[in-house]
Ligand binder design. Structure first.
Ligand code: PHB
Length: 538
């Protein structure tokens, strides 16, 4: 294989793997240590991945960015399991009032692709993307029934803790412990004989789980369904007695769902990549890394893609696409199935588990921080709450004089830039009703209170895609806001910068702040879309 092409992709995946492992920010020097790559390579890889939005700088450290989830999402889409089966897992969890999960075989482990947890004082904390060693979980024995000899050999090496085995153990979400291979073989035989397997406090004291196989249309085990409980409610026998009928029904429905043709879907990786292409890419930009990751994303449709389909989706030459596919296959991220390439569960190693548990605040805050660093004024995000706006995130500028606003603060929508942007996004009837109910009052000598004028200002905000409010809420305070859209294109929040109405007029303030506001809104929108987090609505 051509090292000039596959090398950067391989190194990029190594860096992503090292950063994704625990989600902690790392200095480039840490990455040099973790990957064994030289510093200049790490710098170029990091530069390219930051440019692409998969990583971001947090001071002098780099950290995985929500956008990186698009790689794991591509695997989940490709597997064709998560979308059709997740609602059925949730229904089973509701029926039993216990946590339910789905895991796929991955090497000699089980990796979660669906989690429907019950929130309890004592609850399971595994995430989509987490990998458990087969011998410590309920799905493991079900998967091991079809292991080949090399897999059993690798498993034994890991259990006895040889150097190679230790390296392998490091991949798991829980510390593996030395174990007896023959005890596991007995569990495998028992599970095969009775059709279900158990975890009797193997992974953690107090946790009990039972698992059954779920088969694809050709009869092969594609994943395992687990029901997880606690010894305060059940032991393994009582959990199985309680859950077996409901589990049986759920498996029947799941296997039926897997026989349905899947909607083709799939994203064209070319789409949003062209955005960055228009920007100036630095001299260190590793195009072959970028292209390889685009090919990975292009496999993110049920059943994967052929070389031709992947080339079409990425807009890249067939030869380039083929080399990237071969590299992804060699690294264990993709596999050939006939003429098609599919993604392997290992893709979820690239930071997915950590990123999937980010909160709204985790996703939003770095964007507000970067905006504040750029414009040196406070930045906020707000939603509509009745006649008011309510702040849902805020990063103040470090100035002596600053506005005392915190998360939860409310202001009347009509007198604020964020309020006008949010009102403009309402359907016409709701907007009219909200304005009619507003009862505008002169908060400062500048506050606009005339209903017709306010209506016109809100309409202008809708047309212009921004609003500027000059000292209408508080004298000396000028603010500019833009809308922030969710995955569906609906406006889910407004983003603003509040500045001192100092030198210069309102038009100059707008000209200074708008480019930064718009760029921040669009970067934030991309992260909100991929992470699926939303501001909590009132
Ligand atoms: C889980 O879904 O969290 C789970 C499943 C099976 C186990 C342990 C945990 O054995």
């Amino acid at each position: 294989m051509d090292a000039a092409v596959t090398g950067p992709l391989e190194r990029g995946l190594e860096v992503l793997g090292a950063l994704g492992a625990d989600g902690e920010p790392q200095r480039p020097a840490d990455l040099v240590k973790a990957t064994g790559l030289v510093r200049s390579t790490v710098d170029r890889v990091v530069g390219t991945l930051v440019e692409r939005g998969y990583l971001r700088w947090a001071g002098r450290e780099v950290v995985a960015a929500p956008r990186l989830m698009e790689l794991g999402d591509a695997y989940l889409a490709c597997s064709g399991l998560a979308a059709p089966l997740a609602p059925l897992a949730t229904a089973l969890a509701d029926e039993l009032d216990e946590s339910v999960s789905l895991a796929v075989p991955d090497g000699d482990g089980a990796r979660f692709v669906v989690q429907s947890p019950r929130r309890r004082a004592m609850s399971v904390a595994f995430r989509v993307g987490d990998l458990l060693p087969a011998e410590l979980c309920a799905p493991g024995p079900l998967f091991a029934d079809s292991w080949d000899a090399p897999r059993w050999a690798a498993f034994s090496r890991r259990l006895v803790g040889t150097e190679q085995g230790e390296k392998q153990s490091a991949r798991y979400s829980v510390p593996a412990r030395p174990a007896d291979p023959s005890a596991f073989r007995e569990r495998v035989a028992e599970a095969a004989a009775r059709g279900w397997a158990a975890d009797d406090q193997l992974i953690e004291p107090g946790l009990v789980a039972v698992a059954v196989p779920v088969r694809g249309p050709s009869g092969e085990v594609v994943c395992a369904l687990s029901v997880v409980s606690h010894t305060s409610r059940h032991n393994v026998a009582s959990l199985w007695a309680h859950a077996r009928d409901a589990i049986g029904g759920a498996v029947t429905r799941m296997e039926e769902a897997l026989r349905q043709p899947l909607p083709p879907g799939g994203r064209t990786a070319g789409e949003d990549r062209s955005r960055a292409a228009k920007r100036e890419l630095g001299p260190g930009f590793l195009q072959s890394l970028d292209r390889g990751l685009a090919v990975l994303v292009a496999l993110g449709r049920p059943g994967g893609a052929t070389i031709t389909e992947a080339a079409e989706a990425t807009g890249q030459p067939r030869a380039t696409t083929r080399r990237a596919l071969l590299a992804l296959e060699a690294l264990g991220y993709a596999a050939a199935e006939g003429r098609r390439y599919v993604l392997r569960p290992k893709v979820l190693d690239l930071g997915y588990a950590t990123l999937s548990t980010l909160s709204f605040d985790d996703v939003v805050r770095p964007h507000l921080r970067a905006l504040v660093d750029r414009v040196h004024d406070s930045a906020s995000l707000a939603v509509l709450d009745g006649p008011d706006i309510r702040y849902v995130a805020r990063v103040p500028a470090s100035k002596i004089m600053r506005v005392a606003i915190s998360v939860g603060t409310r202001f009347p929508a009509y007198a604020t830039s964020m309020g006008r942007v949010l009102l403009a996004a309402l359907p016409p009837a709701e907007r009219a009703a909200a304005l009619a109910a507003a009862a505008p009052a002169p908060l400062t000598p500048h506050t606009r209170v005339d209903p017709a004028e306010l209506r016109a200002l809100v309409e202008a905000a809708g047309r212009d895609g921004h609003a500027l409010v000059d000292q209408e809420l508080e004298e000396g305070l000028r603010s500019v806001a833009v809308p922030v859209r969710g995955r569906s294109g609906r406006v889910v929040a407004a983003l603003n910068v509040a500045a001192h109405a100092g030198p210069g007029d309102a038009a100059e303030t707008a000209a200074r702040l708008l480019p930064a506001l718009r760029e921040t809104a669009s970067a934030l929108e991309a992260d909100l879309a991929v992470s699926g987090v939303m501001p909590v609505s009132p």
